[in-house]
Design a binder for this molecule. Structure first.
Ligand SMILES: CC1=C(/C=C/C(C)=C/C=C/C(C)=C/C=C/C=C(C)/C=C/C=O)C(C)(C)CCC1
Ligand SMILES: [Fe+2]
Length: 557
């Protein structure tokens, strides 16, 4: 195995606490050992060479790893250096005094077990970040979520559960057969709740991912892992939408049925752990349901998108990742949008729509005629031009190697128009010229008061090209069909999250919160004005914070 000495200067030594991997001789991050007190750092177990400015990456067969020499520069793709931290941040600018509460952000922040490096962005163990705002001051912190998957990896120093792309290696044939059984029962699926975080109507805060068992209750103040959110019904199934629709009144989600391709639309009341079935949608294409990472609702309807990127049992069984991971692209199976009445569970429309790839719906609403009859539903999403290769672009090696290269596939605000007059086809078009946001578009939020209603503004990550990952924050005006963009060279911002000013009457009266990861190893919390989209405050973390996914707001009690 290669052992390489870096002779460059200016490399920082990380804080002395490390979680999944640590040893007495120094810190290790993603298989990189940094010897303390030595100007030169020693990198072991990665087959990387670094000579002057010539950087060459090679494959280490044992670790299935290609590591470019400068990968560790961008903190966005680097494991967080310690298991937990909390402290006050110095604020530049002014935090509005009305902003009282806690912003929580979830995401995969730990991509290694010892010197074994995960391959995909979505594989990482969940890292929860908090920004607690109180009378203009900001206390920040982070903590690893103590899922069974994370705890087992930490204790056994090996992968024990199936993550997005990583699969535990069976030691022999018998173990392999046992593994298959564990896959079907769900026992080997991860509970690594690394995707979203929601505040339920009863105040409980739950971190979520695609597996139902990966629903984990946390304490929003201490970030303690309280325990599993156990669904008390008998609805079964192993997976669900990672993005339920959560309001103070209800929790709505979709449970894909992989055996008889379809989806259950279910509802759970505040204070309850029991989901009740509103209705069922049968898939019109096959052979499996389309991936429903998220779905949209209007005031009266749930829209069930049937994406041609479908769950794939064969790929679930594979030990090595496929280009589309656990999914498969079936263009011949077509794409559909089904509309279910929330009150009756009846399907009021089921239309074929153009092929699409989306992970995140932005919002949806009902279009009425002059007599107040609902004629169509409009549903907006971050749409990847029916190209599922975005999934492979989010491999860590690609994110680390291609910074500054224009390899991010184009994306747009995809607007579905779903007729309710019995027409068999719906439409899908760009809601605005994608050049307005650099033809990059994902990780969105809106003013939650407009959920399911006609709305004007969406906040999302966009692109300033050339780039290999969304690198701007965009405020998208869906009426004027233009966008305001925030950009800082080499910054990787996470989902812009809108928090409305209490008492606001304008849709964009509030602030937008994002956490920015920097190439130089730094990170800061950023506050933009929701209306002007100008910066109003920023606060630097004393350590590097990697990229993260979705957030929620817990107002002060
Ligand atoms: C679906 C199954 C599994 C797990 C899947 C996971 C953890 C999926 C996570 C998906 C996420 C975080 C999607 C986010 C998309 C963001 C995008 C496209 C951003 C683009 C930026 O430009 C397993 C548990 C692995 C197995 C069962 C099936
Ligand atoms: Fe998501």
């Amino acid at each position: 195995m290669a052992s390489i000495t870096f002779s460059g200067t200016g490399r920082h030594v990380l804080p002395p606490v490390m979680m999944v991997s640590s040893n007495n001789s120094g810190n290790k991050v993603d298989g990189v050992s940094i010897r303390k007190g030595n100007r030169d750092s020693v990198v072991t177990n990665v087959a990387t060479t670094h000579r002057d400015h010539l950087q060459v990456a090679t494959i280490d067969q044992k670790k299935q790893l290609v590591v470019p020499a400068d990968w560790e520069n961008h903190v966005a793709w680097k494991s967080i250096p310690q298991e937990r931290w909390e402290g006050e941040l110095d604020v530049q600018g002014q935090i509005p005094l009305w902003l009282n509460g806690t912003y929580l952000r979830n995401g995969p922040g730990q991509w290694n077990i010892g010197d074994y490096n995960f391959r995909h962005l979505f594989d990482g163990y969940a890292t929860l970040i908090k920004l607690h705002f109180s009378n203009g001051q900001l206390i920040a912190g982070h903590r690893q979520i103590e899922s069974d998957a994370y705890t087992a990896a930490k204790n056994k120093q090996k992968l024990c559960y199936r993550e997005f792309s990583e699969v535990p290696k069976a030691e022999n044939f018998l173990a392999y057969i046992g593994e298959l059984g564990n896959l079907f029962s769900g026992a080997s699926l991860t509970d690594n709740a690394n995707t979203g975080v929601v505040k339920l109507g009863d105040g409980r805060v739950v971190c979520l991912t695609e597996t139902q068992k990966g629903s984990i209750i946390i304490d929003p103040e201490t970030l303690d892992t309280i325990g599993k959110f156990e669904y008390s019904d008998n609805l079964g199934g192993l997976i669900h939408s990672a993005h339920p629709i959560v309001t103070d009144e209800q929790f709505l989600t979709l449970l894909p049925d992989l055996i008889n391709p379809g989806y259950l639309v279910v509802r759970m009341d505040p204070g309850s752990n029991e989901r009740r079935v509103i209705g069922r949608v049968d898939c019109r294409g096959g052979p499996a349901p389309g991936w429903v990472h998220s779905f949209p609702v209007t005031e009266h309807y749930v829209i069930v998108p049937e994406m041609p990127l479908r769950y794939c049992a064969q790929n679930l069984l594979k030990a090595e990742p496929t280009p589309l991971y656990k999914f498969r692209w079936y263009p011949e199976s077509k794409g559909f949008a089904h509309v279910m009445c929330k009150a009756s569970g009846k399907i009021v429309a089921s239309v074929e729509v153009p092929l699409f790839v989306t992970f995140h719906f932005i919002n949806a609403y009902e279009e009425e005629d002059e007599d107040g009859r609902v004629t169509a539903l409009i549903a907006d999403c971050c749409e990847h031009n029916a190209d599922a290769t975005i999934l492979d672009k989010l491999r860590l090696q690609n994110l680390r190697s291609f910074a500054g290269e224009d390899v991010l596939p184009d994306a747009r605000v995809g607007r579905f128009i779903i007729p309710l007059d019995g027409s068999p086809h719906g439409k899908l078009e760009a809601a605005l010229d994608p050049d307005e946001h650099g033809r990059g578009m994902d990780m969105c939020s809106i003013n939650p008061a407009n959920l399911g209603k006609k709305y004007r503004y969406a906040y999302a990550c966009g692109a300033q090209r050339p780039c290999n990952f969304p690198n701007t924050l965009a405020k998208i005006d869906l009426v004027e069909k233009n966008a305001k963009n925030w950009y800082q060279k080499d910054a990787v911002p996470s989902e812009p999250f809108f928090v409305a000013r209490p008492g606001a009457t304008e849709e964009d009266d509030g602030v937008v919160i994002s956490i920015i990861s920097e190439k130089n190893g730094g990170a800061y919390a950023l506050l933009l004005d929701g209306s002007t989209f100008e910066e109003i405050a920023r606060a630097k973390f004393p350590y590097g914070v990697p990229y993260g996914l979705h957030g929620c707001w817990v107002p002060k009690k």
